[in-house]
Design a protein around this ligand. Structure first.
Ligand code: TYD
Length: 210
């Protein structure tokens, strides 16, 4: 197996129904075919604590305010970084993470209206400074994304939010991508999935082989 030097950390971000999980699988297949060792994981459910947190978050009988919601996601992230992401990077693997710290900025910051600085601070505590080498933002119009999600299992508390909430999330992501163009790659999530994978690969190749 070819190992990326010190591993490479890729996060996939986007609103509801952006197609992140299919891209994670497509990228894994592509990278493995090229000889890389790949770990695909996700937030919040990428470790046992995160799975429990996800259950708490989707329990409609629990009262959760925006701050407690933030801390639940961040607690899952702290554990996920220590238990899954850092060890895989230390093994020299490519880690593809379906949602990471930018999700908290987009959803709890821009979406719920918490202070962006507070969310960034909470993220820093959880990640201990781990920053993705590349963050792919799959951008889809809110109506398209929500329509794709229709018919899935019972919507969680965030999926139930109105279109205005999801529009704030989308604009928040685009603002973050505009601020950090060297880390973000924004891809139109409505183009054919194979084309999305090819676009991501073009940006990824020099990072892996360079
Ligand atoms: P989930 O069904 O686990 O994943 P996805 O929607 O990505 O397929 O739901 C995760 C939900 O939690 C999703 O609506 C985004 C939201 N979320 C936050 O609000 N903040 C966060 O920090 C993370 C990681 C997710």
């Amino acid at each position: 197996m070819t190992s990326a030097k010190r591993g490479l950390f890729i996060s996939l971000e986007g609103g509801e129904g952006a197609g992140k999980s299919s891209q994670a699988q497509a990228l894994k297949a592509l990278l493995e075919a090229k000889g890389f060792s790949v770990t695909v994981t996700r937030e919040p459910a990428g470790c046992p604590l995160g799975q429990r947190v996800r259950e708490l978050l989707s329990d409609p009988s629990l009262e959760l305010n925006a701050r407690s919601e933030l801390f639940l996601f961040v607690a899952a992230r702290a554990q996920h970084v220590a238990e899954v992401i850092r060890p895989a990077l230390e093994r020299g693997e490519v880690v593809i993470c379906d949602r990471f710290d930018d999700s908290s900025i987009a959803y709890q910051g821009y979406g719920r209206g918490l202070s962006l600085d507070d969310v960034r601070l909470a993220n820093r505590i959880a990640t201990q400074g781990l920053v993705p080498d590349l963050t792919v933002l799959l951008d889809v119009p809110v109506e398209t994304g929500l329509a794709r999600k229709q018919g899935e299992n019972a919507p969680d508390r965030i999926g139930q939010e109105g279109a205005e909430f999801h529009e704030r999330v989308r604009q928040g992501y685009l603002a973050m991508a505009g601020e950090e163009p060297e880390r973000f790659l924004v891809v139109d999530g409505t183009i054919p999935p194979e084309e999305i994978t090819r676009t991501i690969w073009r940006r990824l190749e020099p990072l892996l082989l360079g």
